[in-house]
Ligand binder design. Structure first.
Ligand code: GDP
Ligand code: ZN
Length: 308
């Protein structure tokens, strides 16, 4: 039988069948996935093959190839990693222009991480009920910037409900992940999307994973209209992935697109003559803020080289 892993608690997995039945399951024997040294061979979001044993438990014998997965180091000293979730359809970053203020550096680091993980990213600007004219101009400029690059962006108010129906449509039949600094309205937003959720348990864990968990167990919450929202305590680390200097430009789509026109195939888009990206920055086809974020990430990876 095939099923979807919706919860992971230690060595137990909750696997949901196509019929909606949830079967507590364990991994059969010890199988490993090639290439990843991980503390958990199976993760939330995995599609697995299993058989039900005499006691009624599922025995997982196979996992389907993953479209993507997010991972974090099990600990600073460990070479092993922990897979937080797999097969994520989309990741939303919730921000507000002023309540608290968001920086483009922060947004860009998040987007780069999503690109590195191959997860489509979308931006949600919350608390639009509070914005004055200046703030509205600011949010419009940001939305124009990010939509031009290819990141769908939305305006919502989690408290008035504006934009929530549209957001629900986007979540339908998808596996979605929400991320955002505390205070941006993440839990209010999730409550607006999933009023059916048992708030005492789920939403509190969804919104208030503030690093008190030492062990990381992820869970997917089903949406009434189909689809899931993933809760994983490790999402805070989204945006801190290690990016090599040579690959940084791959994760800025607008820079990557132009890099074929640079004179040098290994152009770093920093000082080279006849660099199409630098030309585009001068012509304002690539935004200053994005280019600064690119340089910042290049710098990080430079420092990383000396750290190790
Ligand atoms: P979290 O830390 O991201 O989970 O943020 P919360 O959901 O706890 O929200 C932080 C504060 O912002 C709370 O006082 C909310 O009532 C408020 N808030 C959340 N969304 C909105 C919104 O759309 N408009 C306004 N005016 N306040 C909001
Ligand atoms: Zn270049």
């Amino acid at each position: 039988m095939n099923g979807l892993v919706i919860k992971n608690t230690g060595s137990w997995y909750h696997v949901e069948t196509a019929g909606g039945q949830v079967i507590e399951s364990k991994i059969k024997g010890n199988f490993r996935i090639k290439g990843i040294r991980t503390t958990n061979p199976v993760a939330v979001g995995d599609v697995v093959h299993f058989e039900v044993n005499a006691e009624g438990f599922g025995m997982i014998s196979k996992i389907e190839p993953r479209r993507n997965y997010i991972i974090r180091k099990a600990s600073n000293l460990s070479k092993q990693s922990h897979i937080l979730a797999a097969n994520i359809d989309q990741v939303f970053l919730i921000v507000t222009v002023n309540y608290p203020e968001v920086s483009t550096t922060f947004i860009d680091r998040f987007l780069v991480t999503a690109e590195a993980y191959s997860i489509p990213a979308k931006l949600i600007f919350n608390k639009i009920d509070l914005y004055n004219d200046d703030e509205n101009r600011h949010v419009n400029a940001l939305i124009h910037l990010y939509e031009t690059i290819g990141y769908p962006s939305y305006r919502i108010s989690a408290t008035t409900g504006q934009g929530i129906e549209e957001l629900k449509e986007l979540l339908k039949d998808k596996i979605s992940l929400f991320s955002g600094h505390s205070g941006v309205g993440k839990s209010t937003c999730i409550k607006a999307i999933m009023p059916e959720l048992d708030l005492k348990t789920a939403a509190i864990s969804l919104a208030h994973n503030k690093g008190m968990h030492t062990t990381t167990f992820s869970e997917m919450f089903p949406l009434r209209g189909g689809g899931y929202v993933i809760d994983t305590p490790g999402v805070k680390g989204f945006g801190t992935i290690d990016i090599g200097k040579n690959e940084a430009s791959h994760f800025f789509p607008e820079i990557f697109k132009l890099s074929k026109q640079c004179r040098f195939a290994n152009c770093t888009h920093t000082h080279e003559p006849d660099c199409a990206a630098l030309r585009a920055v001068e012509n304002h086809e690539i935004s200053q803020s994005r280019y600064q974020s690119y340089l910042g990430i290049m710098n990080d990876s430079e420092e990383g080289k000396y750290r190790t």
